[in-house]
Design a protein around this ligand. Structure first.
Ligand code: ATP
Length: 275
């Protein structure tokens, strides 16, 4: 589904990704962990075609992303779930989900926002999958944060993509709501055979929901394994290196993601590069 070899990306002199190798299978829920600045979002932006890698190979659903493609072509392969869901508040829930179909309908239909019966039925099904079919006609701004995030998931499902990329999708939700959102995302994608790459800052959610966990540190993959293998050594490898200048903020962010009473990396607890 996703095949990445020796992927490299720099912003000017800032070498962010240093040769990433990664394969993700259909239906696999992969959680990516790493300190702030490790390169997680940059990798997602390469996979969804927003960032152009400097080198390596990158293939999604048979499409070579080292070549240029239109947004429409890409939207058939890859959907995004954002931290702040990016919905249109004044539109109904149904219309927000239908925007996920805009890449699949013709240009004129897209401009006029004309949807076929099949698109409407698909939108209802996607809302059912996230437990929100009863809210289809509601104005989106009347929903809670967790419900809005579930609408964001339904919109991504409506794209019928091969891959869903989720960039910190539960960062602004309370723990109970966050778990419910991750549960919906995992179940729906597993049943539909969609590969998910989900960036998280919470180690406990990674353990609970990930089929597999990948750890990035300073643009390198330092861990790739099952949640049960994410031991102190692995966490040390992922969270040992605070990026230059990140200082205490990064150290505390890393510490706050750990389970109470579990591993605490000494080097992360120490200010790095000045706070
Ligand atoms: N558009 C950009 N232009 C220049 N530098 C960028 C850009 N986007 C990211 N960077 C830099 O790339 C590095 C990695 O950033 P990235 O956002 O990928 O990290 P991250 O692991 O996703 O962090 P976070 O967990 O805080 O979202 C950082 O040094 C960042 O400043």
């Amino acid at each position: 589904m996703i095949h990445i070899r020796n992927l490299r990306k720099s912003y000017g002199d800032n070498h962010v990704l240093h040769g990433i190798d990664l394969d993700v299978r259909p239906g696999e829920f992969l959680v990516m962990l790493g300190l702030s600045g490790a390169g997680k979002s940059t990798l997602l932006r390469c996979i969804n075609g927003l960032n152009r890698p400097d080198g390596g190979t990158l293939e999604v659903g048979g499409m070579d992303l080292m070549q240029r493609h239109s947004r429409r072509e890409l939207s058939r392969q890859v959907a995004m779930v954002f931290q702040h869901h990016n919905l249109v508040p004044r539109l109904s829930v149904r219309k927000n989900v239908l925007t996920g179909r805009l890449g699949q309908v013709g240009t004129l239909a897209s401009v006029l926002q004309f949807f076929r019966q099949g698109d409407l039925a698909l939108a209802e099904q996607c809302l059912e999958r996230v437990g929100l079919a009863h809210k289809a006609g509601a104005r989106t701004e009347a929903l809670s944060g967790g419900q809005m995030q579930r609408v964001g998931i339904a919109r991504a499902l409506a794209q019928q993509p091969q891959v869903i990329l989720a960039d910190e999708p539960v960062a602004s939700l309370d723990p109970k709501t966050a778990r419910s959102v991750l549960q919906y995302l995992r179940e729906a994608t597993r049943e539909m055979g969609i590969a998910v790459v989900c960036n998280l800052h919470q180690v406990e959610y990674a353990r609970e929901f990930g089929d597999r966990i990948v750890g990035l540190a300073q643009g390198r993959m330092v861990f790739d394994g099952k949640p049960a293998d994410l031991d102190d050594t692995a966490l040390d490898a992922i969270y040992h290196h605070a990026p230059p200048g990140a200082g205490l903020a990064a150290a505390n962010a890393a510490r706050s993601t750990l389970l109470p009473g579990s591993w605490l990396p000494v080097s992360v607890a120490t200010p790095v590069g000045g706070a």
